[in-house]
Design a binder for this molecule. Structure first.
Ligand SMILES: Nc1ncnc2c1ncn2[C@@H]1O[C@H](COP(=O)(O)OP(=O)(O)OP(=O)(O)O)[C@@H](O)[C@H]1O
Length: 258
């Protein structure tokens, strides 16, 4: 088996808001191809850490490397170009665009049209558009959304909007896909389907996935390794079984089922 490559290296990263250390000296190493969960009680700092990894916030301290390249403090679009794409806790689609257009926007970021062919609308450009449309429909098939390609995104049921958001993030061809509570608002059957889909995406696209999730069944069922944040600090990391029986984790979740 090939040696694993370090994809994401979070080295002593912190973020302070006023007097509050929302993320405190966090260390996290994720290997290429891993499927990793990030859990923790409300306000633990999970979304803040995602915002640091994707350039929404600048770290107050520490370093972040993606594929060996320093990305801490870069703008979100710069980090997307370097291979990290995400979804949000509150769905952020282009609500007034169609389902297909939402995916094509992501493709456009990676299109290889020359300025010349775009301006003069030479055949190469049209070929590019047609190819892009075809690929976008292929993507939508994976997510069982191809039948809805011409619907306006905001009119889709909630679970489908979540799936579309994942499809759009994936269309940007990330090495690292960050999912912020992908099962939020889904019913149990949708959650099980999503769990299978996430695992399939990782295997099929050979990417690395880091997901935040409150649904413990989802995290324990799908992730190979889990980090636990509490009050901005990593209090545990390990396999689902190690996390389930970790006394620090049980204490952090006291009164809640782990
Ligand atoms: N922009 C901000 N300004 C000030 N404080 C913030 C900001 N963003 C987050 N915080 C604070 O940082 C802490 C961590 O919040 P964060 O949203 O990262 O937690 P979380 O683990 O994602 O919580 P939840 O599970 O409820 O989504 C909280 O105390 C929150 O109030």
């Amino acid at each position: 088996m090939a040696a694993q490559q370090l994809l994401l290296n979070v080295d002593n990263v912190s973020r302070v808001f006023g007097g509050l250390k929302a993320v405190s000296d966090v260390n996290m190493q994720i290997q290429d191809g891993e499927l990793v969960g990030l859990i923790g009680p409300n306000g633990a700092g999970k979304t803040t850490l995602f915002n640091l990894l994707t350039g929404v916030y600048e770290p107050s301290g520490g370093k972040i490397h993606l594929s060996g390249e320093s990305v801490g403090g870069l703008r979100p679009y710069q980090i997307t170009k370097r291979g990290a794409a995400r979804t949000f806790q509150n769905i952020r689609l282009f609500g007034d665009m169609t389902v297909l257009e939402n995916v094509m926007v992501a493709y456009h970021m990676h299109a290889r049209h020359s300025l010349f062919t775009s301006i003069f609308r030479l055949p190469g450009h049209f070929k590019g558009e047609a190819e892009m449309r075809e690929k976008a429909v292929e993507f939508l098939k994976i997510f069982n959304l191809d039948g809805k390609k011409d619907e306006i995104a905001k009119n889709l049921p909630y679970g489908e909007q979540r799936r579309l958001e994942i499809a759009r993030a994936l269309a940007a061809r990330p090495k690292l896909l960050l999912l912020d509570e992908p099962a939020a608002g889904m019913n149990p059957q949708e959650t099980v389907d999503l769990m299978n889909l996430i695992r399939w995406i990782r295997d099929e696209f050979k990417i690395t996935i880091l997901l935040i999730e409150h649904d413990m069944g989802l995290v324990m069922g799908v992730c190979e390794r889990i980090y636990v944040l509490d009050h901005g600090q990593i209090i545990a990391s390990g396999t689902p079984e190690e996390i389930r029986t970790n006394p620090h984790v049980i204490e952090a979740y006291l009164g809640q089922e782990v």
